[in-house]
Design a protein around this ligand. Structure first.
Ligand SMILES: *[C@@H]1O[C@H](CO)[C@@H](O)[C@H](O)[C@H]1NC(C)=O
Ligand SMILES: *[C@@H]1O[C@H](CO)[C@@H](O)[C@H](O)[C@H]1NC(C)=O
Ligand SMILES: *[C@@H]1O[C@H](CO)[C@@H](O)[C@H](O)[C@H]1NC(C)=O
Ligand SMILES: *[C@@H]1O[C@H](CO)[C@@H](O)[C@H](O)[C@H]1NC(C)=O
Length: 419
């Protein structure tokens, strides 16, 4: 691209961002769950299933050849088939630029993408005008499986990354996510690896009935903005049996996260499991019905955290449970921060937090404040319960801090509660 092309792409891009920001936000409708009561751990070819091997479409497994056109052709054949179909990525390394796996598909659902080898991203950021790497959009019924790897080859892009989460003006441009699920219903990503994404490993937005299981997501601790799983505006998302070692949040649930269940996950390094930040944009959808259970955190910056921006926009987060969580050397194990990114004079957040349970959270911290609950003076937190908390700081005692909250304490409390 020459300079004027670059400038016009940038202007178009900024216009799109503002347009998206201004669009009325609505929740997707869940509809029927096609996987309910099915054994999802098995991958059986259905009789007559068509296998579209990307090599037959011109892809080369040599780690150099740009396979984008071959994958697009293979996807088209898989998405528009009269019989059940799958796209197969065999052993080897296939280089792909930014690409849409767009629906709707006419193939009997679900379509399968079986990744046995490695899909590696190109490194030139100017090829990522869609701002994501692999975009899956408008498909009802899709399974991504196969034991293979999505390699974002992100290292060079991290050097120039800005931290969008901390940017109060939200003008910053995120690095591309490796797997972007947009308006997907009945989607499964199971038994694959993601390594070194430029931005998030997996971004789920405007989706319903999604399962993310047996994933291994890895990136260096110092890689910026590399959230493991980033969820917004989605209903019925099940996250289970994953290992997430990354530079940013292990799992982040943003506005419009409804019915998210997280089970049996190992996090660390990284920034822990968080809800928010909320209240940064106008007309954010509420966060509700979140269950985080049986999670182990090792060496993370935060453990479980809810964060909202002070004095910006209204919002709600409620019916959230964090239970059976073990922590090892976690800096900030339990956090409610309604003064997110606020330096000295903060005004109260307009986001209301209620019905939150922290239950059976045990282990070690590196901070003298293990339980830090700072709520809004405008909308104090309501019915926040802590039960059986056991956090220790080597041999020294550790403490709690509370603002605009009257926690309900039950069972063991170490650190002692605020009362
Ligand atoms: C995840 O992948 C990394 C890198 O390939 C590997 O070292 C690690 O053992 C894997 N972890 C699990 C739990 O499979
Ligand atoms: C909790 O998670 C660990 C691994 O993270 C797993 O080994 C264990 O079986 C899980 N326990 C339950 C009760 O699900
Ligand atoms: C809270 O969330 C759980 C899990 O999603 C759900 O089963 C329950 O009905 C919700 N409770 C209320 C009061 O909405
Ligand atoms: C938050 O909840 C209150 C009480 O249910 C409701 O009146 C308000 O409209 C909600 N606000 C947002 C932004 O969801």
């Amino acid at each position: 691209m020459d300079m004027t092309e670059r400038v016009s792409v940038l202007i178009l891009y900024v216009a799109l961002v503002y347009h998206v920001g201004a669009a009325k936000k609505v929740m997707p409708v869940a509809g029927p769950d096609i996987y309910k009561n099915k054994n999802l751990d098995q991958d059986k070819l259905v009789p007559g299933e068509k296998i579209n091997n990307v090599i037959s479409f011109g892809a080369k497994a040599n780690g150099k050849f740009d396979c984008t056109q071959a994958f697009m052709d293979a996807w088209r054949a898989t998405c528009h088939s009269k019989v059940q179909a799958r796209l197969l990525v065999p052993v080897g390394t296939f280089v792909l630029s930014s690409m849409f796996f767009a629906g709707p598909c006419s193939t009997p659902e679900p379509v399968t993408i079986q990744v046995v080898g490695t899909i590696a991203a190109t490194t030139d950021l100017s090829e990522y005008e869609n701002n994501e790497w692999l975009l899956f959009e408008d498909v009802d019924g899709i399974k991504i499986i196969g034991g293979g790897t999505f390699d974002g080859v992100g290292k060079n892009s991290w050097k120039t990354a800005t931290n969008c989460k901390e940017d109060p003006d939200s003008t910053c441009v995120r690095n591309p996510s490796s797997i972007y699920f947009h308006r997907i219903k009945n989607g499964i990503i199971q038994n694959v690896k993601s390594t070194n994404p430029k931005g998030f490993h997996i971004f789920v937005t405007n989706c319903a009935n999604i399962r993310l299981r047996r994933l291994n997501l890895t990136a260096p601790e110092e890689s910026p903005n590399t959230d493991g799983i980033h969820i917004s505006q989605s209903i019925d998302v099940e996250v289970a049996k994953n290992t997430i070692e990354t530079g940013d949040d292990c799992i982040a649930m943003l506005h419009g996260s409804h019915q998210v269940s997280i089970n049996n996950v190992n996090c660390g390094p990284g920034h822990g499991i968080s809800i928010g930040s909320l209240g940064k944009y106008e007309e954010e959808l509420e966060v509700k019905d979140i269950r985080v259970n049986n999670v182990s955190m090792v060496g993370t910056e935060n453990g479980v955290r809810i964060k909202t921006w002070p004095d910006r926009y209204a919002g709600n987060a409620s019916n959230i449970t964090f239970s059976d969580i073990t922590m090892q050397n976690v800096k900030n194990p339990i956090v409610i921060d309604q003064e997110y990114q606020c330096s000295s004079k903060c005004k109260g957040s307009l986001v209301k937090l209620q019905d939150v349970v922290f239950s059976n959270i045990k282990g070690t911290t590196t901070s003298p404040i293990a339980v830090d609950l700072r709520c809004s003076d405008k909308f104090p937190c309501e019915s926040i319960k802590l039960e059986n908390i056991g956090l220790s700081l080597k041999s020294k005692p550790t403490g709690s801090r509370c603002a605009n909250i009257k926690p309900i304490y039950e069972g063991l409390q170490n650190p002692p509660g605020c009362l």
